[in-house]
Write a protein that binds this ligand. Structure first.
Ligand code: NAD
Ligand code: TYD
Length: 353
């Protein structure tokens, strides 16, 4: 079987669902179930014996050791993280704990487990670390996209802790020979994304008649990747990636935030028209995020050249699917918008008015 950390979060859960659609190889899903983890996302797997869920913290070495010993995975895919930049600005400690210390503990547990495997299993074992393009810092409008050789220059507590985890993963390969792979992807979007992130937040606020809070001038650029494409890239890297290598994963979809919000409003105007006016009328400019990175853009040619991976979705097809998914699954979005979520909205947006 494979072990997935963070498989109750947005990308991890999409990965688990996709994996079990295409394979009968079981998944051990290890997740602490923070505010961002949601078992409701996995309810279609409730009676599926191929999915084993274990609630555990990656910082708990004993728990991780016991799970490795009991289930003997052939690979670890590490998605678990604190993942939201704005939360890292309000409370960086959790980010250091899970992203740096947690990754370190997971690496140590993996190294001990791997070192005792029989030679053929040792050869076949993989530790795939899921990271972000934010470790490379911010681009100007004329800079070339991030490649795998772009120097690290993280600017937020979130990206700094992800950069730290990437360095540890690299060091475990270089020093101990642990068979690692690292992927650095751009902004994901799609079904089951927690509504603190731009796209699901804007959809939820639009439908609830709330303001659509655009930070700063709305001209920051992100490079959008449909989550299903990210999952297919990870499967390719796991199957055929070269050990110790990193692969950038991107959708070739650079968009300014305001453009994204406009497109979302236009899609909603068609799918669920308001009694009068457009969803665009709800757009409100709010105080910018401190240290807000101006532009991210991924050069994903290495993955295409070496492993033949290309995204299947364009931004138009991916976003249309995503909007439709949120319209069809409003119960999921209402369920995750719990007391904790409401407190977060209060913390993040109250001072931005
Ligand atoms: P998410 O916040 O939606 O989910 C994270 C999951 O990890 C949750 O289920 C949470 O319960 C779990 N988790 C958190 N701390 C844990 C701990 N200490 N032990 C065990 N489980 C824990 O995140 P996501 O958007 O699915 O991101 C997954 C990975 O992809 C992260 O490593 C993130 O840095 C990376 N990434 C995400 C994006 C994006 O756009 N979402 C972009 C680039 C990279
Ligand atoms: P986000 O989804 O938080 O991802 P990241 O910061 O990791 O790129 O934000 C995407 C972009 O959208 C980012 O430039 C910040 C901006 N943004 C807003 O303008 N308003 C919002 O309410 C949020 C959450 C984000």
């Amino acid at each position: 079987m494979i072990l997935v950390t963070g498989g109750a979060g947005f990308i991890g859960a999409n990965f688990v669902l996709d994996w079990l659609k295409g394979s009968d190889e079981p998944v051990l899903n290890v997740d602490k179930l923070t505010y961002a983890g949601n078992l409701g996302t996995l309810k279609s797997l409730k009676d599926d014996t191929r999915h084993v869920f274990a609630r555990a913290d990656i910082c708990d070495r004993e728990a991780i050791d016991a799970l490795l010993e009991q289930h003997k995975p052939r690979a670890i895919l590490h998605f678990a993280a604190e993942s939201h930049v704005d939360r890292s600005i309000h409370g960086p400690a959790e980010f250091v704990q899970t992203n740096v210390v947690g990754t370190f503990i997971l690496l140590e547990a993996a190294r001990m487990y791997w070192s005792k495997l029989p030679e053929d299993e040792k050869q076949a074992f993989r530790f795939l670390h899921v990271s972000t393009d934010e470790v490379y810092g911010s681009l100007s409008s004329t800079d070339p996209q991030f490649s795998e050789t772009t120097p690290y220059a993280p600017n937020s507590p979130y990206s700094a802790t992800k950069a730290g985890s990437d360095h540890l993963v690299r060091a475990y390969h270089h020093t101990y020979g642990l068979p690692v792979l690292t992927t650095n992807c751009s902004n994901n979007y799609g079904p089951y994304q927690f509504p603190e992130k731009l796209i699901p937040l804007m959809i939820a606020n639009a439908l609830n008649g709330k303001p659509l809070p655009v930070y700063g001038d709305g001209q920051n650029v992100r490079d959008w990747l449909y989550v299903g494409d990210h999952c297919s890239a990870i499967r390719e890297v796991l199957a055929r990636g070269a050990l110790g290598e990193t692969y950038n994963v991107g959708g070739w979809n650079e968009k300014k935030n305001l453009e994204v919000v406009h497109t979302l409003c236009d899609l909603l105007d068609k799918a669920k028209p308001k009694s009068s006016g457009s969803y665009r009328d709800q757009i409100t400019y709010v105080k910018d995020r401190p240290g807000h990175d101006r532009r991210y853009a991924i050069d994903a040619r290495k993955l295409e050249r070496e492993l033949g991976w290309k995204p299947a979705e364009t931004f138009d097809t991916g976003l249309a699917k995503t909007v439709q998914w949120y319209l069809d699954n409003q119960a999921w979005a209402d369920e995750v918008a719990s007391g904790d979520y409401r407190r977060w909205v209060e913390t993040n947006y109250a001072q931005r008015a």
